[in-house]
Write a protein that binds this ligand. Structure first.
Ligand code: NAD
Length: 328
């Protein structure tokens, strides 16, 4: 009685990460697919043994309501499409898993939460790092004041992309570095501190204005947390960076990279070193989320987590645009 998952959107993340990870899970499996690209169907059906009755397109995905094989609809579409399809998914009465960033606006995030509440289904956001043991240790060390009171955080996530003509460069589709990679910085800072930022100062810049005509290439931002803790953050489609550093009164700990699928590497000022503790982050995430359904427990990363990040994203855009510090 494994939980049956239907993936919506068979792009890079579904194909190369989630579908293979579903073969390594204990508590769920790939039961169905929803795609607007018919040419992809035969390969997926064959590879994952998906019956004809569990293959849907965007027009008929509402019919999943009547499919007992499918318990969860996992939205892995371009970010600007998450809200529309997550709400459609909730209205089938199936549980909803939605990729990060949850949606483009707080309003959209709230409407996904409302739709899931109305239909009495569980909602979780694909923040895989919150399921990752080293990241969980960071949170614990802050909470226990293992190295004393936290003074500062640095959270930077970006990569050099030479892509053109892609939805990640399209504003309407939820493109730009901040939505795509910046949410990792925001989420890491909020997660390890277990606090919400109270203000932000942000600066947007680009070195390739001919490519980044409507979305941000690089965003630097400083989040101010209660008690004066600052998180110095950056995200970019033009600079390779991937690190999380927590500086406390009596020491520090860091991971670099901190949000890659594998190859995590870190150390702390007491001399200990750490690296990947689990084989597959996505498998761990989906198993945790499947167990929450089977045992009717709270999910680890509820919709509110996605919404809170987007609230910060909105403040960052506003700060960058108006050139001033914005209260959150
Ligand atoms: P992708 O471009 O590889 O795939 C997007 C899919 O959506 C494609 O199959 C495409 O055909 C389909 N699609 C349907 N309608 C479309 C439209 N109007 N325009 C463009 N594509 C359309 O993207 P991806 O990397 O798979 O990302 C999908 C989602 O997953 C994004 O929200 C992204 O942020 C998220 N993601 C999360 C992680 C993670 O580690 N949690 C990693 C990668 C991507």
């Amino acid at each position: 009685d494994k939980v049956g998952v239907a993936l919506v959107g068979l792009g890079g993340y579904s194909k190369n990460q989630l579908a293979p990870a579903l073969e390594q899970t204990e508590h769920c499996y790939l039961a169905g697919i929803v795609t607007g690209s018919p040419e992809k169907i035969p390969e997926w059906q064959k590879k994952y043994n998906i019956p004809d009755g569990n293959v849907y397109n965007y027009e008929n995905m509402d019919d999943i309501a009547n499919n007992d094989d499918i318990d969860v609809i996992y939205i892995v579409l371009p970010s600007g499409m998450h809200a529309e399809y997550a709400i459609k998914a909730a209205n089938t009465g199936k549980h909803v898993w939605c990729e990060k960033p949850m949606a483009k606006t707080v309003e959209e995030c709230q409407s996904i939460i409302d739709a899931c509440n109305k239909n009495n289904v569980k909602l979780t956001i694909g923040y895989r790092m919150q399921h990752e043991p080293n990241t969980q240790n960071f949170k614990k060390w802050v909470e226990e004041r293992k190295f004393g009171e936290v003074k500062m955080i640095e959270a930077m996530a970006g990569f050099y992309s030479s892509r053109t003509g892609h939805w990640r460069l399209d504003k309407e589709m939820g493109g730009g570095a901040l939505y795509d990679m910046g949410v990792y910085s925001i989420n890491a800072a909020r997660y390890v501190l277990q606090q919400e930022p109270i203000s932000v100062m942000a600066y947007e810049s680009t070195t390739r204005p001919e490519i980044f005509t409507e979305v941000d290439e690089t965003m630097n931002f400083i989040l101010e947390f209660p008690d004066g803790v600052m998180a110095n953050c950056a995200t970019s489609f033009g600079i390779n960076m991937n690190r999380l550093i927590v500086t406390a009164q009596d020491g520090h700990f860091r991971m670099e990279p901190f949000q890659s699928y594998n190859g995590l590497k870190g150390f702390s000022s007491d001399g200990s070193q750490f690296s990947d503790k689990i084989k597959n982050q996505q498998a761990k995430q989906m198993d945790n989320d499947a167990l929450a359904i089977k045992e009717n427990k709270e999910v680890l990363v509820p919709g509110e987590e996605g919404l809170k990040d987007i609230k910060v994203v909105e403040a960052i855009f506003k700060s960058a645009e108006e050139g001033r510090r914005v209260k959150i």
